[in-house]
Design a protein around this ligand. Structure first.
Ligand code: SF4
Length: 144
């Protein structure tokens, strides 16, 4: 593989950043997103704790500058998110990050989970029904 020129490497982290989706669903329909437009279908599949811990072991061995617990999903639809985040933190991964739309009444273990999170990104796509960029689908009907 060709070496990246030194002038381009100043902004790169020394260690890799990993991103993991532990569910494959989102409760919104953002127009800009393949999940939101359901090109990637929501299902009830979630990552098992056993698989998650085995991945985290490998990431901890390699060393990571950050772990994002999201890609194209809503992470709080993973009902074991607290357990997952606390395990990742126990492996001394520096930055554990979440991105959530927070568009549901009461995320499970929300405050406790934040205790293991270094950065929370809140994704906002509109402030009124008129300019809303998505159509919310509430918690009860989250798998569509
Ligand atoms: S909230 Fe995020 S994952 Fe969900 S549809 Fe919108 S952009 Fe996609």
């Amino acid at each position: 593989m060709e070496k990246i020129p030194d002038q381009l490497t100043w902004a790169l982290p020394e260690k890799p950043i990993f991103s993991i989706d532990t569910t494959n669903a989102c409760n919104l329909f953002c127009k800009c997103c393949s999940r939101g437009q359901r090109y990637e279908k929501n299902t009830k599949d979630v990552m098992s704790y056993k698989l998650f811990t085995s991945i985290i072991e490998k990431i901890a061995d390699i060393g990571a500058s950050a772990l994002n617990l999201f890609v194209f999903t809503e992470p709080f639809l993973q009902q074991n998110l607290l357990k997952f985040a606390s395990y990742a933190k126990s492996k001394s991964i520096a930055d554990i990050n979440l991105s959530s739309n927070l568009s549901f009444p009461e995320p499970k273990d929300f405050i406790k989970t934040l205790g293991y999170i270094d950065k929370l990104i809140v994704s906002v796509s509109g402030f009124s029904q008129k300019n809303l960029f998505y159509k919310p689908l509430w918690w009860k009907n989250r798998f569509c």
